[in-house]
Design a protein around this ligand. Structure first.
Ligand code: ADP
Ligand code: NI
Length: 221
């Protein structure tokens, strides 16, 4: 099997794995992260196979699907990759990226131990963060809010900038607050030059959107 065929196999496994998901961690999220990661990888001259495979696999075993078990993803991925004869060295590189990403997700702050990561890991991390920003990020935020029956906006519930991991997991806020609690801080957590540029553009788009949202909310336009 050549690398292109291996990617096709991984794609099929990931599609099947996320078949029933609708909270924003669906197959299309993995697809977009792959597209964005490949774009960054070309600019940053990284290993395209490792980046594409890790991007496709990055959310497998996310704690939300396994009752808090944060180790299960690695086991599933290892089994899949062995099954399609990916060499041990490449499996380790891919696992390293996915594990580091979920470790960083488990941290409270958006600042991460970036210097410990390979360029491929930085790229997949940036691509995942970028999918929470811009037009797609706005759509995902309201889709998530609707799914968890959270209010779109409530001026009486103020954003909590120092939101804790527990409060975040309990999701007692509004979708508009999520921009202030998380999304507007993400541009400072980008790890590659290309990721930073893309985040700046998506950040500006969200700021313009929020300005318009409040203008409409207050009947000004
Ligand atoms: P990830 O960190 O992998 O993006 P999350 O579960 O935190 O995973 O987020 C999935 C999507 O849902 C993202 O687009 C995120 O911005 C959005 N989201 C997460 N928490 C909230 C929330 N409390 N309110 C609205 N949208 C949210
Ligand atoms: Ni993701």
């Amino acid at each position: 099997m050549n690398k292109g065929q291996k990617i096709k196999e991984i794609e099929a496994l990931v599609k099947d794995y996320f078949a029933e998901e609708s909270t924003g961690h669906d197959w299309w999220h993995c697809h977009r992260v792959r597209q964005t990661a490949l774009h960054i990888a070309k600019e940053e001259k990284a290993d395209l196979f490792i980046v594409e495979a890790a991007a496709l696999l990055h959310d497998v075993g996310d704690y939300k699907f396994h009752d808090g078990d944060e180790d299960i993803g690695g086991k599933i991925i290892e089994k899949w990759l062995l099954g399609i004869a990916v060499p041990r060295k490449q499996i380790d590189l891919i696992l390293n990226i996915v594990t580091n990403l979920s470790f960083m997700k488990s941290l409270n702050s958006p600042e991460r131990p970036g210097k410990l990561l390979t360029v491929e890991a930085k790229i997949v991390s940036d691509a995942d963060r970028l999918d929470a920003l811009g037009a797609i990020g706005i759509a995902r935020t309201f889709a998530f809010g609707g799914f968890f029956r959270q209010e779109m906006h409530n001026p009486e519930i103020l954003p909590n900038a120092a939101i804790t991991r527990e409060a975040y997991k309990n999701k007692k806020s509004t979708s508009i607050n999520h921009f202030y609690e998380k999304l507007l801080r993400l541009k400072d957590a980008m790890l590659t030059a290309t990721g930073k540029e893309m985040a700046a553009s998506r950040h500006a788009y969200m700021e313009a959107y929020l300005k318009r949202f409040f203008d409409e909310w207050n009947g000004r336009v």
